[in-house]
Design a protein around this ligand. Structure first.
Ligand code: UDP
Ligand code: MN
Length: 254
């Protein structure tokens, strides 16, 4: 049987959320044997996400955990100030460990933010991961792409514009981990207190060494995932209309 791909996606309520989840789900529907673990950054599961998932046609698990207030980015904060989606990814890992307590199926775990863009080929590259597989990520870190550099089939360094001395200067979208490795390292998790840029390293450091990384996507020469970001829509007219009593119907879900 094909190894399962468990995709862990942190997500939070905002105007573009349903659009992001729709786009993502349409990619995942084209991937065989994929299980989507959606973790809401919220004190409760929202009906928007619950209803969305139940009609998605995907195999899914719906979880939630709220980011503590002091860890949350505030309106106007620069986005590099605090890491996002940390507690949610850890909650996904917790669920995987709990669910797989008595068996280690052949599977791989991937962390997919809700705003990135994923090619279908990426999933076939990661499916047969032994320990940790890696590949380039496009449009990230102020660069056209970042990538592991491969020589004689091994990762020897990283092409990145910033702090290449980090243990694993990889974007969240640039690696996948075998479920077995997650299960045999029950302490491995993302450290929200790690210095800026060290979130991925905080997790990967307890799992592998650079020499053990499995380069995918043609020895890390192909970009199959893009760190796209969605513009925040401006609600200028909405506010003006609301003042005239002509606001959009709140019963219509967007
Ligand atoms: N996210 C979240 N809570 C937040 C902000 C972001 O759960 O308060 C999620 C978001 O939906 C995404 C991931 O965390 O799946 C990374 O966030 P974002 O895409 O904003 O980060 P960036 O691309 O700027 O690194
Ligand atoms: Mn993003």
């Amino acid at each position: 049987p094909l190894p399962t791909i468990y995709v862990i996606t942190p997500t939070y309520t905002r105007l573009v959320q349903k659009a992001e989840l729709t786009r993502l789900s349409h990619t995942f529907l084209l991937v065989p044997q994929l299980h989507w673990i959606v973790v809401e950054d919220s004190p409760h599961k929202t009906s928007l996400v619950s209803d969305f998932l139940s009609h998605s046609g995907l195999a899914f698990t719906h979880l939630h955990v709220a980011t503590p207030r002091e860890r949350k980015l505030q309106e106007g904060d620069p986005n590099w100030l605090k890491p996002r989606g940390v507690e949610q990814r850890n909650e996904g890992l917790r669920w995987l460990r709990e669910t797989n307590r008595n068996r280690a199926e052949d599977a791989v775990v991937y962390f997919a933010d809700d705003d990135n863009t994923y090619s279908l080929q990426l999933f076939e590259e990661m499916r047969w991961t032994q320990r940790v597989s890696v590949w380039p990520v496009g449009l990230v870190g102020g660069m056209r792409y970042e990538r592991p550099v491969v020589e004689q089939g091994r990762v020897v360094r990283f092409h990145t514009g910033w702090r290449p001395s980090r243990p694993f200067p990889l974007d969240m979208a640039g690696f996948a981990v075998s479920l077995r490795l997650v299960l045999v390292n029950p302490e491995a998790r993302f450290d929200g207190d790690a210095p800026m840029g060290f979130l991925e390293s905080s997790f990967l450091q307890s799992l592998v060494t650079m020499e053990e990384l499995e380069p995918k996507a043609d020895m890390c020469t192909k970009v199959l995932v893009w760190h796209t970001r969605t513009e925040k829509p401006k609600m200028k007219r909405e506010e003006a209309m609301l003042k005239q009593g002509l606001g959009s119907d709140p019963a219509i879900e967007v």
